[in-house]
Design a protein around this ligand. Structure first.
Ligand code: ZN
Ligand code: ZN
Length: 314
C-alpha cells in the first residue's frame, strides 16, 4: 500500500477544523495516539535487531480463514511488554478509568511470564476481558480495566511485530489472489475498527470492485494490518446483499464519512471514502473523529464490530 498516510495529529486537526464540537476529545487523545505510533516504530527496530518476526503467512491456512497468530506461540517478549507499558503509562493514566489503579500500570506489565503474555494477547485480540480474570485478581484490578490498558500495550507490540515482519511497499500476502475472505484480521483475528474505500482501480474481473467505486479495505486497530474485503458484505455475519447493508451518515458535508451497518446482525463499522483525498488519514484518529456517528448508532442499539476505548468508556 503506497498511499501516503497522515500522522494522528494531522488527521485529528483536520477533523477538528470541520467538527469543532469534537475538538476537546480529539486533542485529549492526540498525545496517546502519537506515543503509540512512536513506540511501535521503536519496538519494530528492537525486534529487527533481535531478529524476531512473525511466522510466514501460509496461503493454505489463510484460505481456510485461520489468522496468522491463531494457535501460534511467540517468543518471549517480556522486555517489549515492559517497555511499551512504561512508555504508554503517562498517557494511559490520564484516561479516567485508568487514573486510580491500585498497582501502577507499568508494574502490571513488567516481568510477564510467557503464559501471561499469551493470555493478554488473546484477550485483546478476541476482546474477551474474562480471559484476564486471574491476572486482574493478582493485581487487584477489574478485568475490564486491565483489558483496556492491555489493548494499548498489546497493540503497540503487535504493530511493532507487523512492521518488523512485512514490507509496507509490497502487496500484503493475504491480499494476493484474494486469499483472505474474512471480516476479521488475517494477522491477529481482531475485528476491524474502520473501513476505507480506496481510489478506483480498473480491473473488471475483480469481484472486490463495485461499479464506479474503489476497493474496500478493513483496518485492524490492534495490529495495524489492513486487508481487502467485499464492498457489500457484512464483516461480522458475512451476509452479502445490497439491501442488508445500511448507511448512517450526516445529511450534508459528510466528508466521505459514514457508518455501514448490517440489518441482519446489527453490527456497524465506520467507513471513510478517501477517493477525493490526497492522503490516507491516520485510521485510529479517523475512527475517533467519527464518534458523533457512533453515538447515533448507540441510540439505534447497534453494536460496534470492535469496541474501541472511546466507545467503551466514553
Ligand atoms: Zn490485527
Ligand atoms: Zn451482519
Amino acid at each position: 500500500m503506497q498511499v501516503s498516510r497522515q500522522s494522528a495529529t494531522e488527521t485529528l486537526n483536520q477533523i477538528a477544523a470541520f467538527r469543532p464540537a469534537l475538538k476537546t476529545i480529539l486533542d485529549a487523545f492526540a498525545p496517546l495516539l502519537e506515543a503509540q505510533d512512536a513506540l511501535a516504530q521503536e519496538l519494530c527496530q528492537d525486534l529487527k535487531t533481535a531478529q524476531i518476526s512473525l511466522p510466514a503467512c501460509q496461503a493454505s491456512r489463510l484460505s481456510l480463514g485461520v489468522s496468522l497468530l491463531s494457535d501460534q506461540d511467540l517468543p518471549d517478549l517480556a522486555e517489549s511488554y515492559a517497555k511499551a507499558a512504561h512508555a504508554l503509562a503517562p498517557h494511559l493514566e490520564k484516561i479516567p478509568a485508568l487514573s486510580q489503579l491500585a498497582t501502577p500500570l507499568a508494574e502490571v506489565f513488567t516481568g510477564l511470564s510467557l503464559a501471561d503474555q499469551k493470555t493478554l494477547r488473546e484477550a485483546v485480540c478476541s476482546n474477551s476481558p474474562k480471559l484476564l480474570t486471574d491476572l486482574a485478581k493478582k493485581h487487584n484490578l477489574d478485568p475490564l480495566v486491565l483489558n483496556l490498558a492491555a489493548s494499548f500495550v498489546v497493540s503497540a507490540l503487535l504493530r511493532g511485530l507487523c512492521q518488523a515482519s512485512f514490507d509496507p511497499s509490497a502487496e500484503n500476502p493475504w491480499d494476493s489472489n484474494n486469499t483472505w475472505q474474512q471480516g476479521y484480521c488475517p494477522v491477529c483475528g481482531s475485528y476491524p475498527i474502520i473501513a476505507w474505500l480506496d481510489k478506483p482501480v480498473i480491473d473488471e474481473r475483480n469481484t472486490y470492485l463495485h461499479e464506479g467505486g474503489g476497493r474496500k479495505h478493513l483496518y485492524c486497530g490492534v495490529c495495524g494490518s489492513d486487508w481487502r474485503f467485499l464492498r457489500l458484505a457484512c464483516p461480522s455475519c458475512g451476509v452479502s446483499a445490497n439491501r442488508k447493508i445500511e448507511i448512517l451518515a450526516e445529511e450534508s458535508n459528510t466528508h466521505g464519512e459514514a457508518l455501514d451497518w448490517c440489518s441482519q446482525c446489527r453490527s456497524y463499522c465506520p467507513t471513510v471514502d478517501i477517493r477525493e483525498r490526497i492522503s490516507l488519514p491516520h485510521l485510529e484518529a479517523q475512527a475517533l473523529g467519527m464518534l458523533h456517528l457512533e453515538l447515533v448508532a448507540h441510540e439505534k442499539k447497534l453494536k460496534p464490530l470492535r469496541a474501541s476505548f472511546w466507545n467503551t468508556f466514553a
